[in-house]
Design a protein around this ligand. Structure first.
Ligand code: PLP
Length: 385
């Protein structure tokens, strides 16, 4: 990519698919090349670049990684078959006897997998609340972990953690800091700017944004690090790659990512304000609200918007929460987040009793629909509980 393209804003970079054109046809859309293998010449050299085999190399995957790394301000990016494939590859770099600190109360799928993995590998696992910066920082300095993993904003508690402060202590402890920024996307939050070593996203969510691709990505601060070499080798060896078709869909989805984020943040803010103080609502978690635990920090870390995810407690218990979901007429009852269509989730049904997720907690992933329709549907469902 030329230096003028380097200076392009996120919206321009995304809309033009990283400045890519198809020189073969002149098409403004990248070509989809699904071949699993590539020809060698008479001297047994690859005919084109590094193209040998689909598990090592796909032009679509490479292009999607390049766009993502640019958006992230990272030196390099690696796409995986899912967000969990990216997370499990990252944690697989830890050796028996090493120590991992993860934020408590994050995406339950991550916590559940990491607990089993650490138990199996004899890795010491500590779970702690990283939204309490002081306590978390002193824990990192005392425990001297090998890796720290946080989620900003966290899912489903929508808590904000101070990446810069945590990165400072993580460096002092000699550990790697990895940040799952799925609920922000690189348009709203670039953890590498605040000192993170690795950024992770479930690209299944808002990066793709159309609820039709499962993908995960890791991006790095330093592509010459031993960890990055390990992750590249491991993805290739273990084979948790993204298909060219999914990468092509991801590139298409990303073309509107900045635009979608703008609208989703506006909608989420309006809904959070509507719910805040509503007679049927006990509490709202959204970083855009003044009273939110991390509002001032979120303004610094995410100056262009507070994200598309919010959680709230309806007054009452499980039956009122499920009634609210039942009475929603347009917003789908479905797991996942980050799509153009809004989704509602009763997290306790998914997580069960193990995680402490309240029975009256509702998580909303806010889409790009007309805001008066969204608020009308929410208002109507609340009036029926
Ligand atoms: C914050 C977060 N991280 C990671 C994941 C896992 O991603 P995937 O479903 O793409 O494996 C999810 C899935 O919901 C998530 O919400």
């Amino acid at each position: 990519m030329s230096s003028s393209e380097d200076k392009n804003s996120h919206a321009t970079l995304a809309a033009r698919a990283g400045g890519h054109i198809d020189t073969g046809s002149g098409g403004v859309v990248p070509v989809l090349q699904p071949s699993t293998t590539f020809i060698r010449d008479e001297n047994y050299e690859p005919l084109v670049g590094d193209n040998v085999y689909g598990r090592d190399q796909s032009d679509q995957v490479k292009l999607a990684e390049t766009i993502l790394a640019k958006l992230e301000g990272a030196q390099d990016g690696l796409l995986f078959a899912s967000g969990m494939a990216a997370i499990s590859c990252l944690f697989s770099s830890l050796k028996t006897g090493q120590k991992l600190i993860i934020q408590s109360g994050i995406y339950w799928g991550t916590t559940a997998w990491v607990r089993r993995f650490c138990d199996h590998r004899d890795i010491i696992l500590i779970e702690a609340d990283s939204s309490d910066t002081e306590a978390f920082a002193s824990g990192v300095l005392k425990e001297k972990p090998d890796m720290v993993f946080i989620e900003v904003p966290s899912n489903p508690w929508i808590l904000t953690s101070d990446i810069e402060a945590i990165s400072n202590v993580t460096k002092q402890a000699g550990a790697i800091l990895a940040v799952d920024a799925t609920a922000a996307t690189p348009v709203l939050l670039r953890p590498i700017e605040f000192g993170a070593d690795i950024v992770m996203h479930s690209a299944t969510k808002a990066i793709n944004g159309h609820s039709d691709v499962i993908a995960g990505v890791l991006s790095c601060l330093d592509e010459s690090s031993d960890l990055w070499a390990y992750l590249k080798r491991e993805r290739h060896g273990a084979g948790a790659i993204l298909s060219p078709h999914s990468a092509w869909m991801l590139i298409r989805g990303m073309r509107t990512l900045p635009l979608r984020m703008e609208r989703m943040c506006l909608n989420a803010m309006a809904i959070a304000q509507f719910l805040d103080g509503h007679e049927k609502v006990e509490k709202v978690w959204y970083p855009g609200l003044e009273e939110h635990q991390g509002h001032h920090l979120a303004k610094k870390q995410m100056p262009d918007g507070f994200g598309y995810l919010l959680s709230f407690l309806v007054k009452g218990g499980k039956s009122e929460a499920l009634d609210f979901c039942r009475h929603l007429e347009g917003i789908h009852r479905a797991t996942s987040l980050g799509g153009v269509e809004s989704l509602v989730e009763h997290r306790h049904t998914i997580e069960g009793d193990m995680t402490g997720c309240p029975e009256n907690l509702i998580r909303l992933s806010v889409g790009i629909e007309d805001i008066s329709d969204l608020i009308g549907e929410i208002d109507s469902a609340l009036s029926k509980i």
